[in-house]
Design a protein around this ligand. Structure first.
Ligand SMILES: [Zn+2]
Length: 256
């Protein structure tokens, strides 16, 4: 009997095994630069990230049977969506895109606990660093730009969120990788906060004592392989969500 390894090792080559990936030259320019080491990114494994981007673009455009088995021809739609997605995130992994956590409070609007939100986002950054893109941390920080850090905001329809809602919502939806969600909530609860997502696509922080009196979330990844797999799955989900966002059906009446 052959025993399958529980968690296959993910690497730049293993994730492209058995697929006929697009070439680097077929990718958006920013990814060509990342692949050649010409873009200033902080990701610890840029070649893995590039391979993941290649896989994402390949699967969205090569007529993969799991996507196109019904003969539903929306390849051009996927192609444009995958292109837009990778163009956005390529720039979002640049060091210059990340927020400055120390200066964040200078531009904060809220007056009630901005320091807690920044401390929470900083804790998350200390853990995941540049393995996750800038929008991920900007999404965690954004409650400080509201009248109150506890304000719930339905991003899809709020004119103040139009430029960022697609990326922020993709980051929130990718939390269906619950290991990642628990890891982030673990850090939120250390500061008495809990991250909430409707999804309508509303987003808010709640005060932990009010939401769940006496409770905390404690979570750490079982091992490095599990952690790597969770971050990879999260990234993959985030890109998918970003790509599909324009196709999603929004209902204003469900947003609040
Ligand atoms: Zn949402």
């Amino acid at each position: 009997m052959t025993v399958q390894p529980a968690i296959p090792i993910l690497s730049a080559t293993s994730i492209l095994e058995g697929v006929n990936p697009v070439t680097i030259e077929q990718m958006p320019t920013i990814w060509q630069k990342i692949a050649r080491g010409e873009a200033e990114v902080g990701h610890p494994e840029p070649q893995f990230l590039v391979a993941l981007a290649q896989l994402f673009f390949t699967k969205a455009t090569d007529g993969s049977p799991e996507i196109f088995q019904q003969g539903f021809d929306c390849q051009s739609l996927y192609q444009q969506g995958a292109w837009d997605t990778l163009q956005f995130f390529g720039a979002d992994y640049l060091l210059s895109a990340y927020p400055n956590f120390e200066l964040a409070k200078d531009t904060a609007v809220a007056k009630d606990g901005v320091e807690r939100v920044i401390a929470f986002a900083t804790d998350v950054f200390d853990d995941f660093q540049y393995e996750l893109p800038a929008s991920f941390y900007r999404m965690l920080l954004c409650p400080i730009e509201r009248d109150s850090i506890l304000e719930s905001r339905a991003m899809a329809f709020d004119i103040r969120m139009q430029g960022v809602k697609r990326a922020y919502d993709a980051c929130l939806h990718a939390f269906n990788v619950t290991r990642m969600l628990m890891s982030v909530q673990d850090k939120a609860t250390r500061h008495g906060l809990l991250l909430q997502h409707g999804c309508g696509c509303d987003h808010e922080l709640t005060n932990l004592p009010a939401a769940a009196p006496g409770s905390t979330v404690q979570y750490s990844f079982e091992n490095q392989e599990t952690r790597h797999k969770a971050i990879t799955a999260y990234t993959w989900r985030m890109w998918n969500e970003y790509m599909l966002f324009p196709l999603s059906i929004q209902s204003k009446t469900l947003a609040l």
